[in-house]
Design a protein around this ligand. Structure first.
Ligand code: 5GP
Length: 203
């Protein structure tokens, strides 16, 4: 591994793509850190404030926007979601690969703000399978599931704006594809200048 600084990785997937399970697997590796977003959505059963999200009121969230604390934010299914700037740069400096698990509007903002970021989009094998997974999860009402399926269909239209597409059909394959992408990125010429200098000096 040639890079010293971590990579900023935007990781998007419509809800029901199994992104949570994929991330749990990826985060077993200490070199990765998943930024904890802020949201105005209510916690689901088992979710912990400060671990899954920073759960904020609308007023608190809007204050953060006013104070310039949000690197990006978006409104998704009637709630605010956003990345706290503090969550990102300190971890990158520590050499961690920082994952932003965010939806497409936020991802497009990061595309403008952070040319150093890489963009990975996770797709389900089909929209039908995505709906089945959402129903199986059993955490949302029919109305919210319908909203999320519609949001997913919309999000899929953004997939081609990402650098890499990974199909999450079998978890193991999807995680292995993700690791392959990270490996290839770490070997890009643009990160090797300093290393190559060293190679020449130590001839
Ligand atoms: P959920 O309610 O299922 O946890 O998340 C709903 C959507 O919000 C997901 O697509 C997730 O990626 C997105 N999301 C979570 N955190 C952020 C964030 O900080 N910024 C943006 N733009 N989207 C986020």
């Amino acid at each position: 591994m040639i890079m010293n600084k971590g990579r900023l990785i935007v990781f998007s997937a419509p809800s029901g793509c199994g992104k949570g399970t994929m991330l749990a697997e990826i985060l077993k590796d200490d070199n990765f850190y998943c930024s904890v977003s802020a949201t105005t959505r209510a916690p689901r059963e088992g979710e912990i404030d400060g671990v899954n999200y920073h759960f904020l009121t609308r007023e608190q969230f809007e204050k953060n926007i006013e104070n310039g604390r949000m690197l990006e934010y978006a409104c998704y299914c009637d709630n605010y979601y956003g990345t706290l700037a503090d969550e990102v740069d300190s971890k990158l400096e520590q050499g961690k690969n920082v994952i932003l698990e965010i939806e497409v509007q936020g991802a497009m903002k990061i595309r403008e703000l952070r040319p150093d970021a890489m963009f990975v989009f996770i797709v389900p094998p089909s929209i039908g399978e995505l709906e089945r997974r959402l129903r199986k999860r059993g955490t949302e009402t029919d109305e919210i599931i319908a909203k999320r399926v519609a949001a997913a269909a919309n999000e899929l239209t953004y997939a081609q704006k990402y650098d890499y597409i990974i199909v999450n059909d079998a978890l193991e394959d999807a995680v292995s594809d993700f690791r392959a992408v990270i490996k290839a990125e770490s070997l890009k010429t643009e990160y090797a200048a300093e290393f190559l200098d060293g190679v020449m000096k130590n001839a």
